[in-house]
Design a protein around this ligand. Structure first.
Ligand code: RIB
Ligand code: CA
Length: 323
């Protein structure tokens, strides 16, 4: 995928469950002229979908972007009940329990899946979907319109773990575990897909010292970031993580802006949709001979496996500091 810096801005639609790191990724995209955010769609995950929708609108309010529509999506996964909010990670309100003004507007009248379809039909071949939560809305859009993947520029998603353990279980990463059936369907779509999984996001750390510099940046986006990041950092420290945060959702934006900072492998991927300990694990097939059976007919996914972490963290902080 060519860097977004070449030519016209790359048009992206972010599907999100804000969420502290979702907020950072949205701010990052909005501060990057190489990208045009055509809309946000919301999904259950870090919080209930209604909370995520209100937070998405609040984030755009703070960024001064009333022009960007927000369409609410799925409240639960395809094939199981919602596992419940990750309030111990993102706070009960999804944004570190920071008190914020109410959202300034109502969501878009269309639901997320139909909004995605409308946007893609209006600009065939132009839209890159950037899902950074459970993949339920994307799966619903593809179930409604099986031809939709062929009309996408591609998908750059935060989720999965190819060659490293999970974070929501020993087997699985949180976005995938929140809807394995949806993830398996989306990862089998016939369009260019890039998987920004724990292989690189847990190798990308924004340190406490770097987080401390954000409060000096003096713009509304940075002010919110400075308010919500400490809670998220404390979760990492309390659970054996780094003295800082793992940069999950922003990795999709860094990849779109600067793919040269990543090492990749290309393999078809299946998701364990069983009901045992492996549920939600993303399985690349690394041996051609094993590309038959459950992986047969699946297009190879671009899997990020290496990262120049200092470079991408510096890029994100530079963009966050923009007025
Ligand atoms: O595993 C990390 C992912 O789960 C991120 O998208 C975070 O926001 C949560 O949704
Ligand atoms: Ca997320």
């Amino acid at each position: 995928m060519a860097p977004a810096s070449e030519g016209a801005p790359r048009r992206i639609l972010i599907d999100t469950d804000p969420g502290v790191d979702d907020a950072m990724a949205i701010f990052y995209a909005l501060a990057s002229r190489e990208l045009e955010v055509v809309g946000l769609t919301t999904v259950f995950g870090n919080a209930h979908v209604e909370v995520c929708t209100a937070n998405a609108i609040r984030i755009l309010d703070i960024a001064g972007r009333p022009d960007i529509p927000v369409a609410q999506g799925a409240a639960r996964p395809l094939a199981m009940p919602y596992r419940g909010p990750a309030d111990f990670v993102h706070g009960a309100n999804g944004l570190a329990d920071v008190t914020l003004p109410p959202p300034s507007r109502a969501p878009h009248p269309l639901d997320a899946a139909h909004f995605i379809i409308e946007q893609v039909d209006a600009a065939p071949g132009e839209i890159t979907l950037v899902p950074v939560g459970p993949l339920t809305n994307i799966a619903l859009a593809f179930l409604l319109r099986p031809d939709l993947p062929s009309k996408l520029a591609g998908i750059v998603l935060m989720g999965g773990n190819a060659f490293v353990p999970g974070n929501a279980s020993p087997a699985a990463e949180a976005n995938i575990l929140n809807d394995p059936e949806a993830a398996d369907l989306v990862l089998g779509a016939d369009c260019p897909i890039t998987m920004c999984g724990l292989d690189v996001t847990e190798a990308t750390v924004m340190s406490s010292a770097q987080i401390a510099t954000i409060s000096e940046m003096g713009n509304p986006r940075a002010r919110l970031a400075a308010q919500i990041l400490p809670f998220y950092r404390d979760f990492h420290v309390a659970h054996g993580g780094p003295d800082g945060i793992h940069v999950h959702d922003s990795t999709c934006i860094s990849y779109l802006l600067a793919p040269q900072h990543y090492g990749v492998r290309h393999h078809p991927v299946r998701v364990d949709t069983g009901w045992s300990v492996g549920r939600g694990k993303t399985w690349p097939t690394t041996r051609h001979a094993l590309s038959e059976g459950p992986w047969a007919g699946r297009r190879a996914v671009t899997i990020l496996t290496e990262v120049d972490a200092p470079a991408v963290v510096a890029l994100e902080l530079t963009r966050l500091s923009r007025p």
